[in-house]
Ligand binder design. Structure first.
Ligand SMILES: Nc1nc2c(ncn2[C@@H]2O[C@H](COP(=O)(O)OP(=O)(O)OP(=O)(O)O)[C@@H](O)[C@H]2O)c(=O)[nH]1
Length: 377
């Protein structure tokens, strides 16, 4: 036998109590008689298996009755033991605690006995007590007879486990940051919406103030002119007439003088309210000056209708007002102009109605006048 083979033969032990190389124990016998051909073949095969197991990158161990029977070099290294030191030791020694081992037994035993291949990730302990994560594959040598022992293949997966945990932590942190950012964005969005809303309201308010009289809330001269233009535009299309009525309160100044500006204001508001209540939604009631109001009445079919409305306004505004304990009497002077009869554009219609109103003043106040009547007067 060549010397090399002889050396390897000494690594093969019959009783499993440690070999010089720490290799798995493979049964063979050594005697001093020249071996037969069959035995030589068997020995060569055993040596090959020994070499495979010793050089495997995975830990491999055989246990019987929860005691290590054999384990390869990688297995011993993994658990921090010298070659074959584990042989004869209780398998529980490779677990962080007896309780951990008992837990594992509870889970593994039924699976192994049912003939399944066990595939678990389990926290194991090295000889020095430090722990590491291990993927453990296990199977009974004979599923029908657990007393024949089991084989376990182990792989240190601590790095992978840590990487997985780091990945999970990173994902959780990312999720948290996304949630925080989403909440921040939602808040910023809500703030923005509120600001937009505020700005829209402010713009609306500005528009309203630019177009309305602050005291009565009626359209002011600017909006009146727009509405008059719209009414004329429509009248040009559908052939209707438009009436403009210029209303100036008679002897309003004495109200201010006798009762104060505040009562004068309340009277102006009461007049505005009556006018608004008298007229249709399509009509415009505006305040254009101190005690001056202008009505735009679109869709006038006959000229007489303008006079009828003026009469109605005259009577309504002439009714007494009860204001803070004062009974006030006031009348309007009303001048009326008609599109297209008196003028074709808004400015001229307003001037014509104003002129007619002055005629009503001249004719004793508390009456209404048509422009063309005024022109003839
Ligand atoms: N209370 C109050 N008075 C106002 C306001 N704006 C203008 N006036 C007053 O309204 C009065 C308008 O008077 P006038 O129309 O000139 O004269 P009047 O006394 O009505 O006489 P006639 O129009 O000629 O019938 C003035 O005294 C103004 O000071 C206002 O917003 N509130």
């Amino acid at each position: 036998m060549p010397p090399a083979v002889a050396r390897q033969c000494h690594q093969i032990h019959a009783d499993g109590t440690g070999s010089p190389s720490g290799g798995l124990i493979l049964s063979a016998s050594i005697n001093h008689n020249p071996p037969s051909e069959g035995k030589l073949q068997l020995r060569d095969t055993l040596l090959e298996y020994q070499a495979i197991l010793d050089n495997a990158s995975l830990g491999i161990a055989f246990t019987r009755r929860r005691t290590f029977l054999h384990c390869n070099r990688r297995f011993s290294d993994m658990f921090g033991w010298e070659s074959n030191e584990l042989v004869g030791q209780a398998a529980g020694i490779t677990y962080p605690s007896q309780a951990a081992y008992d837990d594992w037994i509870r889970i593994a035993t039924p699976a192994l006995r049912s003939g399944q291949r066990l595939d678990t990730e389990v926290l194991m302990a090295r000889r020095d007590g430090s722990t590491f994560w291990c993927r453990m594959l296990g199977r009974l040598v004979d599923p029908g007879d657990s007393s024949k022992g089991a084989i376990f293949i182990t792989e240190d997966i601590t790095d992978r486990k840590h990487a997985q945990e780091a990945l999970l932590r990173a994902r959780d942190e990312l999720e948290l940051r996304v949630q925080e950012r989403t909440a921040e964005l939602a808040m910023a969005n809500a703030r923005l919406q509120a600001e937009i809303q505020e700005r829209l309201q402010a713009e609306e308010q500005i528009r309203y103030l630019a177009n309305h009289d602050a005291l009565t809330g009626l359209p002011n001269r600017r909006l009146l002119e727009d509405r008059l233009e719209q009414a004329l535009e429509m009248a040009r299309r559908n052939g209707h007439q438009v009436a403009v009525q210029f209303i100036d309160l008679d002897c309003f100044k004495p109200v201010n003088d006798r009762l104060g500006h505040r009562i004068g204001d309340l009277l102006l508001q009461a007049v505005a309210l009556r006018l608004r209540g008298l007229l249709r939604a399509v009509d415009t009631v505006s305040r254009v000056g101190g005690d001056e109001f202008v009505l735009v009445l679109p869709e006038i079919h006959v000229a007489k209708a303008a006079g009828d409305i003026a009469q109605k306004v005259l009577e309504a505004l002439s009714q007494p007002y009860q204001i803070e304990g004062h009974e006030l009497h006031i009348t309007p002077s009303i001048g009326i102009s008609l599109y297209p009869h008196d003028a074709e554009n808004g400015e001229r219609l307003l001037t014509a109605a104003d002129n007619a109103m002055y005629l009503a003043k001249r004719r004793g106040r508390g009456n209404w006048q048509l422009f063309d009547t005024g022109a003839r007067a």
